[in-house]
Design a protein around this ligand. Structure first.
Ligand SMILES: Cc1cc2nc3c(=O)[nH]c(=O)nc-3n(C[C@H](O)[C@H](O)[C@H](O)COP(=O)(O)O)c2cc1C
Length: 386
C-alpha cells in the first residue's frame, strides 16, 4: 500500500517527502512532477508568495534511470523564500531577539495550535499549518497519479464557483465533459486554460471581477471545485467494513486539504431534497454494455466504484487572512486587538482544485493495488487487463 509523509515549515529551508509502497517500473521525472507543482501555483487571486516560489522537485532516492525501483522515494522542494527567514526560522540558537507572535488569526490553526503545544510564539503553528505544505503533498501524490495514468485512470478537476459566482448551466458543463469523451485528463486540460479553472467562459469573467472586488475591499473568497476520475473499473473499494469504504477515504483525503469544509459525492446535497425516483441511476444497455442513464451517485455505490465517472465536490472557505482585519485577543496582554495580516492569497480555489486532484491519487492507487496487487507496474498491468 502506498503511504507518504511530508515535513517542512512554510518559511523553512525546504519541504521534504517520502513515498513508500509504490510498485517498481513506474516511469517518472522531476519535470513531470514540476508540471503538477506549476499547476498548483496558478490561478487568479494568489498572493505575493507564488511570485517568489517557482516550485521545483529534486528526487533523491527510489528512482533509477527514470523508473521507480520499489524502494522508498525521497524528494525535496526548496523554499526560495527561506533566504528572507534564516533568522526567524533558524534551526539552532536561542531565538532571543526574535519577535514572538502572540495574536491568533481567526480562521487559522493559530489559537488551538499554541494551546495544544503550549507555545508562546504562534509562528511555530503558522509555519506548519500553512497550505505551503500542499506543494509537497502534490509532489508526493504525483507518483500515485502517474501509476494510475499508466493504467488508463485519469484525474481532473475544474472550478464550479468562486464566492457568489456560480456556474448555473450544468448541462453546458456536462456537454463539455461528454465532448472530452468523459476523459478527466482532457477536461482538466480545458480548465487549465482558464485563470480560475472554470469551464464556462461567460462565468469566468464574473469570477475574476468578484476576486478583484474582494481584493479592493481587503476581503477574500472561497468556492467549490469538482474532481472527476475516469477509467476506473467496477468494484474498487469495499462495502464490507467501514475503514475500507472508498467514498469515506476519498472524502477524508479532500477534507484534509487546508480550508476545505465540505465534501460531496455526486449530487449528494441536492439529492437529499428529492424523491428517490428522481435520484437513483437507472441501468440500461448500450452496445452490449451495462451503463446508467444518469450519474447522480457520482460513480460510487456501496462505497465501491460502479464504472461511471467518479464526481466529487469540495467546498473551500474564504481565505482567513484579511487585509480588512477581524478582531482578536493578544494572548500576552489579553487586550482586544486587530488580527495580524501576513502576505496572503485573496482566493485559492483554482489551486485547491489541483491539490484535490492530487490527494485522491494515493487513495485510488491503493484501491487498485488492493484489488489487483503487484510489486511492479508490469505485474499490475497484466492482472488489471486480465
Ligand atoms: C492552496 C491554498 C492556499 C491557501 N492560501 C492561504 C493564504 O494565502 N492565506 C490564508 O490565510 N489561508 C490560506 N489557505 C487556507 C489556510 O491554510 C487554512 O484556512 C488554515 O490553515 C486553517 O485551516 P482550516 O481552514 O483547514 O481550518 C490556503 C489554502 C489552500 C488550500
Amino acid at each position: 500500500m502506498i503511504r507518504y509523509f511530508t515535513a517542512g515549515e512554510s518559511h523553512g529551508k525546504a519541504l521534504v517527502g517520502i513515498i513508500e509502497g509504490l510498485p517498481a517500473g513506474v516511469e517518472i521525472s522531476a519535470e513531470y512532477i514540476n508540471h503538477q507543482l506549476r499547476r498548483r501555483q496558478q490561478g487568479y487571486g494568489r498572493g505575493g508568495r507564488m511570485k517568489i516560489e517557482t516550485d521545483s522537485v529534486e528526487i533523491l532516492s527510489g528512482v533509477r534511470f527514470g523508473k521507480t525501483i520499489g524502494s522508498p522515494i525521497a524528494i525535496i522542494v526548496e523554499n526560495r523564500d527561506w533566504r528572507n527567514w534564516t533568522d526567524k526560522m533558524a534551526i539552532e540558537g536561542s531565538g532571543i531577539g526574535i519577535e514572538k507572535i502572540t495574536v491568533p488569526r481567526p480562521g487559522h490553526a493559530d489559537y488551538a495550535g499554541v494551546k495544544k503545544y503550549g507555545f508562546d510564539d504562534i509562528r511555530n503553528v503558522i509555519d506548519r499549518s500553512s497550505a505551503r505544505e500542499t506543494a509537497m503533498r502534490v509532489a508526493c501524490c504525483t507518483f500515485a497519479r502517474k501509476l494510475l495514468e499508466d493504467c488508463g485512470i485519469f484525474i481532473g478537476s475544474h472550478v464550479l464557483s468562486i464566492g457568489p459566482v456560480f456556474i448555473k448551466d450544468r448541462k453546458k458543463i456536462d456537454r463539455l465533459i461528454i465532448g472530452c469523451n468523459e476523459n478527466a485528463f482532457l477536461i482538466s486540460k480545458k480548465a487549465d486554460y482558464s485563470d480560475v479553472r472554470m469551464l464556462d467562459r461567460s462565468v469566468e469573467a464574473k469570477a475574476i471581477t468578484a476576486i478583484k472586488k474582494s481584493k479592493k475591499t481587503g476581503d477574500t473568497l472561497g468556492g467549490i471545485f469538482e474532481v472527476i476520475i475516469s477509467g476506473l473499473p467496477v468494484g474498487l473499494g469495499s462495502y464490507v467494513h467501514y475503514d475500507r469504504k472508498l467514498d469515506g477515504m476519498l472524502a477524508q483525503a479532500l477534507m484534509s486539504i487546508q480550508a476545505i469544509k465540505g465534501v460531496e459525492i455526486g449530487e449528494g446535497f441536492a439529492n437529499a431534497a428529492k424523491y428517490g425516483s428522481d435520484v437513483h441511476d437507472e441501468f440500461m444497455m448500450k452496445n452490449r454494455k451495462i451503463i446508467r442513464r444518469t450519474n447522480r451517485a457520482g460513480g460510487l455505490e456501496g462505497s465501491m466504484t460502479n464504472g461511471e465517472l467518479i464526481v466529487l465536490h469540495a467546498a473551500m472557505k474564504p481565505i482567513a487572512t484579511l487585509v480588512k482585519p477581524l478582531r482578536a485577543v493578544d494572548l500576552k496582554t489579553k487586550k482586544i486587538v486587530q488580527s495580524r495580516y501576513e502576505r496572503s492569497d485573496v482566493c485559492a480555489v483554482p489551486a485547491a482544485s489541483i491539490i484535490g486532484e492530487s490527494v485522491i491519487a494515493p487513495v485510488l492507487a491503493n484501491a487498485l493495488l488492493e484489488k489487483f496487487g503487484g510489486d511492479s507496474l508490469k505485474e499490475l498491468l497484466i492482472r488489471f487487463k486480465a
